[in-house]
Every structure is written in C-alpha cells, then in structure tokens.
Design a binder for this molecule. Structure first.
Ligand code: ATP
Ligand code: MG
Length: 239
C-alpha cells in the first residue's frame, strides 16, 4: 500500500552536502505494523516526515496505493488517507480537544464517541473535551490527545513518531493495545521501546540513514544491540 523507492535526503551544511537518508527502498503491506528503530540521528523522523510531505526528498519516489505522491502537499496526502502524529505534538491556540476530534473525524461527535476516543488513550473525557489544546497541557497529555486524534481520523495509513515519548510506563500496555486494535490499517511507528518493538509485524532498523535490517523483532534484535554497542563504543573512543 506504501512503496518507497530509492529515497535519499541531503542537507547542505558547512559548505558541503551531508547525506541524512541514503537510497532507501521499502514496501509496506496493508494491515501490518511496522516499527522503525535505530540510534538517535539515524534518520527515522526524517524518513516519516518525507512520507507525510513535511520534508521533501532530494531524490526518489513514494507511491501510495499505486499513486505517485512524491510531489503532493501534506494536505493532499492527508486527504488520500495518511495521518501523522508528531514526535513533539503541535498545539492549536483557541481550539478545544472536542473541536479537534470533530475536525479529525469530519463530523460532530456525541459525548459517548468523544469519550470512547479519549478513553482509549487513557484520558477521562469529562476532564479533557473542553480543554484548549495549548501549552498548558503536559507533554504526556498532549501526546495522548494526538493519539486520540489519529484514532478519530480512521485513516488507512497512520504514522506515529515516538508515540511513547512522555507517556508513563504504567500506561504502556494501553498504548500497545491501541496499535493492536487499529485493525485493517497500516501503521508505521517510530520507536525505541521494547514493548512497541514486540508488537511489530516488521521491525526496520535504520543506521546512518540506511536500512540495516528488516524482519521480526527477534530477527532484528541482535542487530539493534550491535548498532547501540557500536555507537557507545565509538562514543567511548573504543572504535
Ligand atoms: N534541517 C536540518 N538541518 C540540519 N540537520 C538536520 C536537519 N534535519 C535533520 N537533520 C539531521 O539529520 C539527522 C537525522 O535526524 P532525525 O530527526 O531524522 O533523526 P531520528 O532518527 O529521528 O533521531 P531521534 O531518535 O533522536 O528522534 C540528525 O543528525 C539531524 O541532526
Ligand atoms: Mg526522531
């Protein structure tokens, strides 16, 4: 349903080109959970932002259900059915949680429906539906509301960049259940967390802007450990 072909992303820094993503080709099947992992700075957020159209690839193509979306805007991609939850959620001055849930689901929702979206992310609707989505909400609350917005959109392709960031550990099982319950949709989750890696149909390991390994978590796990050890060793000057 999503196909990435020979995708590269370069930036111009200190008067020279720096390669952030290097010739990435990936095929995402309908209804599967993909978890993209890898060391900090390996290019995970850059990759998913390019899929959403937030950043523009230097070269390569992206196809969604057979349609070339490489040059479409964020809005056009959203209208085709791609949803994106940011690593650092965005706030909207003046809009309440209930307004945003209505906008996300393209309809006016009754209290029970709103309650259901918020309950799935562990929030009590009574406390939250009339709150503005502004910087008075805590990081974890914002993150949960952003997840609820993605649930309300009911899009066929959902992208989550580090959904666990700021979410307390006791809510983790709820969080993984959300992804397990998103049946018949394709989910791409950027994550470092074992519990999320464990629910993946496929784990994609990125390192230095390249795909190092794709497979089940047990297949990719030894490579993840090596990627981390390698980074730690070189940080300690042992490489
Ligand atoms: N606009 C930019 N200007 C300069 N450097 C950038 C820019 N965008 C991304 N980078 C660099 O590209 C690399 C990849 O960044 P990216 O945010 O994709 O990493 P990540 O894998 O998501 O890391 P993390 O696990 O910390 O979220 C980093 O070294 C980052 O500093
Ligand atoms: Mg990131």
């Amino acid at each position: 349903m999503l196909k990435i072909e020979n995708l590269s992303y370069n930036i111009f820094e200190d008067e020279k080109d720096r390669e952030i993503l290097n010739d990435i080709s990936l095929n995402f099947e309908k209804g599967k959970i993909y978890v993209i992992t890898g060391p900090n700075g390996s290019g995970k957020s850059t990759l998913v932002k390019i899929v959403m159209g937030i950043k523009k690839q230097t070269s390569g193509k992206i196809f969604f259900n057979g349609k070339d979306i490489s040059n479409l805007s964020i809005n056009e991609r959203a209208n085709l059915g791609i949803s994106y939850a940011f690593q650092q959620p965005v706030t909207f001055k003046g809009l309440k949680v209930r307004d945003l849930l209505d906008i996300a689901s393209h309809k006016k929702n009754d209290f029970n429906t709103l309650c259901d979206y918020l309950a799935q992310v562990g929030l009590c609707a009574k406390e939250y539906i009339n709150r503005p989505l502004d910087d008075k909400l805590s990081g974890g609350e914002l993150k949960r509301i952003e997840l609820a917005l993605t649930l309300a959109r009911k899009t066929p392709l959902n992208i989550f960049d580090e959904p666990e960031a700021g979410i307390d550990l006791w809510s983790f099982d709820n969080l993984t259940n959300i992804f397990k319950n998103l049946k018949n949709t394709t989910n791409i989750i950027v994550s470092h967390q074992t519990k999320i890696l464990e629910i993946a149909d496929y784990v994609i390991l990125l390192k230095n802007g390249k795909v190092v390994k794709i497979g089940s978590y047990s297949e990719v796990k030894p490579f993840i450990e090596n990627a981390t050890c390698g980074k730690l060793r070189s940080q300690n000057g042992q490489d």
